[in-house]
Design a protein around this ligand. Structure first.
Ligand code: SF4
Length: 457
């Protein structure tokens, strides 16, 4: 029986020879991830259902990453991190990327400079970028997390999906999860992106084609010769937004580039674990197939209020903006900021522009890279971008009112993030337009939506 990549991964993880879409399977989980928003709730359900003295199924396979509501003086948000710390100490969880190093009590100080990190060496930033950076993503594995954008890890050739607190509590206690096998949609990527076009444009284009519910409870599998030229960051950007089309998971076939990234991250962080890559069967049945010619794509924008409202940057140049934002698990990676810097180098933004690196590693890389004597970080600051070293989710999810970059008024914003439903970044009447780092940078220079090809040399 021929199987797609998702089907093969789930068949192996449930120890059966084959699965077919619609079947239910009890799947063994390799990694369970949770964070400060859902972790306390998951822990509560775990204790209620398994008992106050219950132990997690495997303290080496639970990864806890505070990242969402961190740099805020909201006391309940700060307290959530304390709850995670107490649980980790009690359970002996190995991979807890705490905000502070001393095991004390986390409290954010809003009076300290944005240029000074208020976190320790362990802090890892946004979970979906921290997971691969720290070597927790591996081809062929099953990774579940209490966050819808857990699908990002599918970039590494594994099954990765977001789950709710109740399912996560069950995984915490048993290491297993009951899943319905999704049908698979296949996207064959051919050609190469042209100048001014980025991975974000690929996924905005695809969501525009199939709609924000076009992949509901389906696997989105990406393959084809166009993948070879895509960096791991590019693949993460595409997989990250699979859920914006309703997908259960998004997955890329692993290649040499995948293995090099995974092995280097694991070596650097002491997280080496054997893994076995899985390839889809030739002749597998897909419920939908399409070919995307990357060379034909243009800088793309998803207009408010949902990610499928596709147009081109060129076509909506009359849309005025009050705010630009670069950050999040979709658009806050090192390559995203470097692209932004390429556009704004030597120029000044004309609207309020906020930059939030996804992780402390991104902060370090942006400060370390030199181009013409200036680091990417310097270029952004000199262009007038409000940069913070407080890496995390920040205003992507709105957050408490003191969150850096939050839309506290009904502003018109262009953003490298992934969701633009009403209220997503704060104010319910704010308008959010999603675009690539190139397009957001060009728009920050223009004060209206702009085509980055007019600004790139
Ligand atoms: S950066 Fe945004 S989308 Fe990503 S995990 Fe954080 S809140 Fe969710």
């Amino acid at each position: 029986m021929k199987m797609t990549l998702t089907e093969k991964i789930l068949a192996r993880a449930s120890e059966v020879s084959h699965v077919i879409p619609g079947d239910s399977a009890m799947v063994s989980v390799d990694i369970l991830m949770t964070h400060d928003v859902c972790g306390p709730g998951t822990i509560g359900v775990f204790k209620r259902e398994f008992g106050e003295d219950a132990r997690v199924w495997d303290p080496e396979k639970l990864v806890i990453i505070p990242d969402h509501y961190i740099f805020t003086s909201d006391s309940r948000s700060n307290r959530n991190v304390d709850i995670l710390r107490e649980f980790v100490a009690d359970q002996g969880v190995r991979y807890f990327y705490d905000v502070i190093d001393d095991g004390g009590v986390w409290r954010f100080d809003p009076n300290k400079s944005l240029a000074l990190p208020q976190y320790g060496e362990q802090y890892a930033g946004v979970c979906h970028i921290a997971l691969p950076e720290k070597g927790h993503t591996r081809p062929g594995e099953v990774l579940v997390g209490t966050d819808s954008h857990t699908c990002t890890a599918g970039a590494f050739g594994e099954f990765a999906t977001g789950i709710g607190n109740t399912d996560a509590a069950f995984v915490m206690g048993t290491g297993r999860i009951l899943l319905r096998i999704p049908e698979t949609m296949y996207f064959r990527l051919v050609g190469e992106l042209s100048g001014g076009v980025m991975a974000k444009d690929i996924i905005l284009h695809i969501i525009g084609d199939i709609g924000f519910d076009g992949a509901t409870y389906k696997a989105m599998q990406f393959g084809g010769e166009g993948v070879a030229a895509m960096s791991m960051e590019d693949r993460m950007t595409v997989a990250n937004m699979g859920v914006e089309a309703g997908a259960k998971n998004a997955v890329f076939e692993a290649d040499a580039r995948t293995h090099a990234f995974v092995d280097a991250a694991a070596q650097a962080n002491g997280t080496v674990r054997p893994y076995e890559t899985i390839e889809p069967d030739v002749g597998a049945r897909y419920v939908y197939e399409s070919t995307v010619d990357l060379s034909s794509l243009e800088p793309t924008v998803a207009m408010h209020p949902d990610p499928s409202q596709r147009t081109t940057a060129h076509a909506c140049r009359d849309v005025k903006l009050d705010r630009a934002y670069i950050g999040s698990c979709t658009g806050g990676k090192t390559g995203d900021f470097e692209a932004f810097a390429r556009v704004v180098r030597g120029k000044r933004v004309v609207i309020d522009t906020f930059g939030v690196p996804a992780t402390p590693q991104v902060v370090r890389e942006l400060k370390a890279t030199e181009n013409g004597g200036r680091s990417a970080w310097d270029v952004l600051v000199e262009a007038g971008v409000n940069m913070t070293v407080s890496a995390g989710c920040a205003a992507c999810l709105g957050g408490p009112s003191d969150t850096f970059g939050r839309l506290n008024e009904p502003l018109s914003c262009i953003s490298t993030t992934n969701r633009n439903f009403p209220g997503r970044m704060g104010h319910p009447d704010a308008r959010i337009h999603l675009a690539s780092p190139y397009t957001v940078a060009a728009s920050a220079l223009a004060g209206h939506i702009a085509d980055p090809r007019d600004y790139l040399e």
